[in-house]
Design a protein around this ligand. Structure first.
Ligand code: NAP
Length: 320
């Protein structure tokens, strides 16, 4: 089979397409024939060797994929050859023609969801769900700011928050991104590169502030976020690429909360519950992953370059 292999941590160019031996599932594993693999920013941090958790080399990148079950191990129940599935984690890596998975990471892919869309579910929708509901305790009727709404986690957050009855304000840095965020259900869309966008946000909330912020770039925005929160407001830090100075007084008066999130911390039972909820939304059409770029597997380095650039537009997926 063909797979992307990384033998040394470094820039996108360290990813090489290689011919590797076909995989076979152990009794408790599932082998998935990958039709599309999702490209997440974390894949590039891991490849660069800057992420807290480092795989042993060589390895195949990627956690998110969608495809069909090629073979289920003898001890696996509920999954069989030919089933359409998406993965939220793999044992052997998703940037490949075949991926070995634990059955708990393999979820049914509804007919209305394409394989490319299926590759956009695992990390983005899992993170968005956990940010909004488990960490952020979002309630219907509240106002949520999705700060960085044009990318994978942002689009998922907008769709989930809208479906749950929140008033949704999304931000994006490009015209195209803002159009997408509006089309995905945000009630209002702002430009996070415009100098006055926080004044616009304040006007939109009648000066009361927002109840919940899902934050994609905390090192740039956290200090500002604290000033636009309502009383008892919550910021969930999903993305961060550096350090920032904040004024804790902004937290005190509002009795606000700053909450961290790392999806990898979610327990197996929490993930099972999250994917049950996502499955319902995928089935009923509430959740519709948006694919912005499809890139051949051999060009994985180009995909890693693209995922770190501004101007996000939904997900980037690799096609084996
Ligand atoms: P993505 O698809 O590349 O999207 C990045 C988003 O950040 C885009 O909406 C982008 O908007 C936005 N952004 C850029 N500059 C911004 C600014 N100044 N203020 C607010 N937003 C800004 O990435 P993703 O998959 O959605 O992930 C988003 C972040 O969360 C990444 O840093 C990722 O590593 C992290 N993440 C963390 C977890 C976790 O477990 N904690 C899980 C998933 C993702 P424009 O391009 O339109 O400017």
């Amino acid at each position: 089979m063909k797979a992307i292999r990384v033998s040394v941590f470094g820039g996108p160019e360290v990813m090489k397409l290689e011919e590797t031996p076909d995989l076979h599932p152990a009794g408790g594993q599932v082998l998935v024939r990958v039709k599309a693999a999702g490209v997440n920013p974390v894949d590039s941090y891991i490849r660069a060797g800057t992420y807290a958790v480092k795989p042993s080399l060589p390895y195949t990148p990627g956690r998110d994929a969608a495809g069909v079950v090629e073979e289920a191990g003898g001890d696996v129940s509920g999954l069989k050859k030919g089933d359409r599935v998406y993965t939220a984690g793999t044992v052997s890596g998703a940037y490949a023609e075949l991926a070995l998975c634990d059955p708990g990471s393999v979820h049914p892919l509804p007919e209305r969801i394409t394989f490319e869309q299926g590759a956009a579910i695992g990390i983005p929708y899992g993170t968005a769900y956990r940010a909004l509901f488990a960490r952020g305790r979002a309630l219907p009727g509240e106002t949520a700011l999705v700060h960085g709404a044009s990318g994978g986690v942002g689009i998922a957050s907008v769709q989930l928050a809208r479906a749950a009855g929140l008033r949704v304000i999304g931000t994006a840095g490009s015209d195209r991104g803002r159009e997408l965020v509006a089309a995905q259900g945000a009630h209002h869309v702002l430009d996070h590169r415009a100098p006055d966008y926080l004044n616009q946000l304040s006007s939109l909330t009648g000066g009361r502030g927002v109840n919940l912020i899902v934050e994609m770039l905390a090192n740039v925005n956290l200090a500002k976020d604290l000033t636009v929160l309502a009383q008892n407001g919550r910021v969930v830090v999903v993305g961060n690429r550096g350090t920032i100075e904040i004024n804790p007084r902004e937290i005190m008066g509002r009795e606000a909360s700053v909450l961290g999130l790392v999806l990898l911390n979610a327990s197996a039972s929490e993930l099972s519950s999250i994917h049950s909820a996502l499955g319902a939304g995928l089935e009923n059409g509430t959740l519709r992953p948006v694919i912005g770029q499809r890139i051949p597997l051999a060009e994985a380095p180009r995909a890693h370059d693209a995922v770190m650039r501004p101007g996000a537009y939904g997900k980037i997926v690799l096609i084996p």
